[in-house]
Ligand binder design. Structure first.
Ligand SMILES: Nc1ncnc2c1ncn2[C@@H]1O[C@H](COP(=O)(O)OP(=O)(O)OP(=O)(O)O)[C@@H](O)[C@H]1O
Ligand SMILES: [Mg+2]
Length: 311
């Protein structure tokens, strides 16, 4: 049996103030955040819907059963650097708070668990990971049926196992991995265990149809719009003397246009553009100026989109 430290990356527990901070720091995607927290809460604890139904309709509607029958699987799909991992690692906090869970644990399937392509390896590892999560829940509910322990299993960079089995070049071992994954998720649903699986992928188009069909929701992540870029820059530069007009101009320059084929990602803004701006000003011991902002925006080279080749 593979040890837990090999199966999983950094295990996190919620509620947790630093996860709350990370969740709040994601800007411009409030619609995704809201929907994700609602979806995830209902998938982890379908009882909240039954309570809602009883309150407003006097009984459990058949429509509620339809919601409950869905597979507790959520897919976050989209371009690089658009917040999928950050959201997947922090959303446990608002879920735990909204469901008032004493403990929600995140198990991120580690890269090692992908296996090295040996026959049966990936299948075994996936099965072991799900078994570990299942046993770690212990008595998931108390005598009144309230959840005591819930879990999120995160499969980040899921492309390798979630990709379509239809692809001719797909290796036999990968196909077995997809099957194991589907079986494991289905069995969690059958046993009504409070476990949600979140899968992140860059390639929603290549997602295996069997996985796409089961997913309760596929959230699509895109690069920020001009308005969302304004949002990120404004939040980063509040406290400087830079005007709203200059921020809007910089946000416009950071979009796709004559100068560049594609616009910046959220991570381009947060991890490259803003830090460069700060470090340049620090290096010259000056404030961050509008001039520096506009100049940096005009010359910035965004990360190329997943699957696109530089020309
Ligand atoms: N909506 C956002 N608001 C603010 N910052 C963001 C947002 N989305 C992403 N970021 C920043 O970009 C960084 C990278 O995001 P993340 O790792 O979640 O991207 P990803 O979608 O998982 O990309 P990849 O597909 O390459 O794994 C985050 O740590 C964060 O700093
Ligand atoms: Mg990621």
């Amino acid at each position: 049996m593979t040890s837990n430290s090999e199966l999983f990356g950094n295990v996190l527990e919620y509620p947790d103030p630093s996860a709350q901070q990370r969740f709040n720091a994601l800007v411009g995607i409030d619609h995704i955040k809201r929907r994700l927290v609602n979806e995830a809460s209902v998938l982890i604890d379908p009882q909240v819907l039954e309570q809602w139904s009883a309150k407003h309709h006097g009984s459990t509607l058949d429509a509620v059963r339809a919601v409950e029958e869905r597979t507790p699987l959520i897919v976050l799909a989209g371009d690089v650097g658009t917040g999928k991992t950050e959201l997947a690692e922090s959303v446990g906090d608002p879920i735990a708070r909204s469901l008032r869970l004493p403990m929600l644990t995140l198990y991120p399937l580690s890269l090692n668990a992908r296996g090295r392509g040996l026959v049966g390896e990936m299948t075994t590892l996936i099965t072991q990971a799900f078994e570990h999560v299942r046993s770690s829940l212990g008595q998931a509910r108390d005598s009144e049926g309230q959840i005591r322990n819930a879990a999120i299993l995160l499969i980040d960079e899921a492309d390798a196992i979630a990709q379509s089995r239809e692809l001719a070049q797909m290796h036999h071992e990968d196909r077995a991995g997809v099957n194991a994954l589907i079986r494991a998720i289905d069995s969690l649903r059958r046993d009504r265990l409070p476990v949600l699986t979140i899968m992140c992928t860059n390639r929603s188009d290549a997602l295996d149809p069997a996985i796409a069909r089961r997913a309760a929701h596929v959230f699509a992540f895109t690069r920020p719009t001009t308005e969302q870029r304004v949002h990120v820059l404004t939040s980063a530069l509040t406290g400087t003397r830079i005007s709203a007009k200059a921020i809007e101009e910089a946000a416009r320059l950071l979009g796709a246009g004559d100068e560049r084929q594609w616009s910046v990602t959220y991570s381009d803004l947060r991890q490259r553009f803003v830090p460069d701006l700060v470090l340049n000003a620090y290096g010259s011991d000056t404030p961050v100026t509008e001039f520096a902002l506009i100049e940096a925006a005009a010359s910035f080279v965004p990360t190329r989109p997943f699957g696109k080749i530089d020309v």
